[in-house]
Design a protein around this ligand. Structure first.
Ligand code: P6P
Length: 327
């Protein structure tokens, strides 16, 4: 269905948008719509906690680490609890893959959907009041409803996603998602506790002049990546790297640009995770006319082998990603 045929009046509340466009939610059974509402609700709670973090003692590290060995910030853990609770209570999800948990959570054998989520990405920025984000993917389970979850329900290619989205807790809080019919951006109005359509049918400029990469690791980058950085400098592109993937991605989506997390000495496969960071943003990028690869192959074609596997990530304006790949 063409994105242009989706009812897109600016100011439409998220609930109304979902009702008006029920048929764009795969299987249109209503549960998927409820799932999106559950995620939106959890994001409102997390948004409140993120905005108050300085005031109540939930800042700073927990003193524990997540599966990837990242220092867990208190808000990370809180966000994971909030999203897990919302998705469990809703009953639509049968399994949850989260950055904050070693293995997947088996939620409800009668659920039809598998969720992969990074509850709070960029959390090292929490204490310095820099934008952070939630990233999520929704898949339809492969195995029969009512049976125990199987590996092929969990390790699905990004091309199998039916919904992908992110929430950006920034100067304003936004939820941006796709159901495969274009990319829709909603802005949160805290006084009303509701998201309203503010950016209908978002399109990523096919060319851009912004490159986002941590040049502090330049010396351990593969030669082609160094070559691309030199190319950007020769073209007088702007370097913008916030250290928060969702914030860099969102700016590049609006203005055009490329985000790169390449292999480094510390992370030979890159730092970002396929299942709950790269796949969702790759789906959104492609739906907005952009591109996402690991430098060689389309992110959405990669067959996952483990829950927390890392991949090199090149995502953004189509021509910029193609130029980087060509090197
Ligand atoms: P580095 C945050 O930890 C994150 O996952 C992304 O949000 C961000 O772009 C990247 O890692 C920053 O990593 O190694 O450049 O500090």
């Amino acid at each position: 269905m063409e994105a242009s045929r989706i009812a897109l009046p600016i100011g439409t509340a998220l609930d109304r948008f979902i009702k008006n466009n029920q048929d764009q939610f795969a299987y249109a059974s209503g549960e998927l719509s409820q799932l999106l509402r559950d995620i939106a609700l959890a994001s409102k709670v997390v948004n409140r906690e993120v905005n108050k973090a300085g005031l109540i003692d939930i800042m700073g590290p927990m003193g524990s680490q997540n599966t990837a060995g990242d220092e867990q910030q208190k808000l990370d853990v809180l966000a994971n609890i909030r999203f897990t609770r919302a998705l469990t209570k809703g009953g639509e999800a049968c399994a949850l893959i989260s950055e904050e948990s070693e293995s997947f959570a088996d939620l409800n054998n009668d659920g039809k959907y598998v969720i992969a989520i990074d509850p709070l990405d960029g959390s090292s920025n929490i204490d310095v009041n820099v934008s952070i984000g939630t990233i999520f993917s929704i898949y339809r389970r492969k195995s029969e409803i009512g049976t125990p979850i199987q590996e092929n329900d969990i390790l699905q290619r990004g091309s199998e996603q039916i919904v992908a989205g992110y929430v950006l807790y920034g100067s304003s809080t936004m939820m941006v998602f796709t159901t495969g019919h274009g990319v829709q951006g909603f802005t949160y109005e805290p006084s009303l506790g509701e998201y309203f359509l503010s950016h209908p049918n978002m399109q990523m400029p096919e060319e851009g002049k912004i490159y986002s990469i941590n040049e502090g690791s330049y010396h351990s980058f593969p030669a082609p990546v160094k070559g691309y950085i030199e190319y950007c400098k020769e073209k007088n592109y702007t370097g913008r790297y916030i250290g928060s993937l969702v914030a860099d991605f969102h700016r590049n989506l609006l203005k055009g640009g490329i985000y790169i997390y390449p292999p480094t000495a510390k992370d030979p496969n890159g730092k970002l995770r396929l299942m709950y960071e790269c796949n969702a943003l790759a789906f959104i990028a492609e739906q907005a006319g952009g591109k996402a690869s690991d430098g060689k192959q389309r992110i959405l074609d990669i067959k996952p082998t483990t829950l927390h596997q890392r991949v090199p990530f090149f995502v953004g304006s189509r021509k910029m990603v193609e130029k980087a790949e060509s090197l």
